[in-house]
Design a protein around this ligand. Structure first.
Ligand code: DX5
Ligand code: ZN
Length: 225
């Protein structure tokens, strides 16, 4: 099944607990948490304390997207906070194999993310070790940006390469995903769709999820009715 991961970056932080409960009630599958350090990306957001607070109010899988330099220094804190997935950026890490295995040693699922302009060959040697690949479809740092169209071919190429190698690692796509492009992105090969502004700006999260599920009907593994 194709999973939907609302990104709390666009949630109302004054009502974060209620927002997270509403995400769960809408039928979304995971909660995406964007961690930014003002160095790797030009914005600052949340840290382990907020991830820990989210853990207390939900059973949703916590999908922690680290857009930070030196992630190794913080992985333990995010594990303790209750992350289920920790994803680091290939561009931000010098010893990617060490970082991925550090995450896995804690029993947490490890993802690697690539910015739109970073080639897939960055994953060549590490791919079989991963639990998720996160392809950015905007330059990371902010919610509400436009999906960059060439990323569709990148998703297709990664899906094709994995099929050739007999790998079935989920591909997550993040940035500019909305109701009117979700189907095309899923058809290209995405398994997890992150939705920030499109989800939280929707008047009714339940209705939005219904229309997204409807638009995904007939795509791999989705209800054929
Ligand atoms: C961007 C973040 C995204 C962001 C997506 O740097 O990684 O997760 O919240 O927001 P939308 O869906 O609004 O593009
Ligand atoms: Zn993200």
């Amino acid at each position: 099944m194709i999973k939907i991961a609302p990104s709390v970056l666009s949630a109302d932080f004054m009502r974060l607990g209620a927002e997270i409960e509403a995400v769960k009630a809408s039928g979304a599958d995971m909660l995406h948490l964007d961690v930014m350090d003002g160095h790797f990306v030009p914005n600052l957001t949340i840290g382990p304390a907020i991830v820990g607070a989210a853990r207390k109010v939900t059973t949703l899988a916590l999908d922690v997207h680290l857009m930070i330099e030196r992630p190794d220094d913080f992985i333990k804190d995010f594990v303790k906070a209750g992350a289920d997935y920790i994803t680091v950026h290939a561009e931000a890490v010098v010893h990617l194999h060490r970082t991925v295995h550090l995450i896995k040693e804690y029993g947490v699922k490890a993802g690697v993310s690539l910015n739109p302009a970073t080639p897939l060959c960055m994953l060549d040697n590490i791919l079989p070790d991963l639990d998720m690949v996160l392809l950015m479809s905007v330059n990371p740092g902010f919610g509400g940006q436009q999906f960059i169209p060439f990323v569709l071919d990148k998703i297709k190429a990664l899906k094709g390469a994995m099929e050739k190698e007999g790998l079935a690692i989920p591909i997550e796509v993040d940035g500019g995903v909305k109701s009117d492009n979700a189907r095309e992105i899923a058809l290209a090969g995405a398994d997890i769709l992150v939705m920030g502004s499109a989800f939280f700006n929707a008047g009714n999260y339940n209705d939005l999820m219904k229309s997204i599920r409807e638009s995904l009907r007939g795509v791999r593994g989705e209800d054929q009715e």
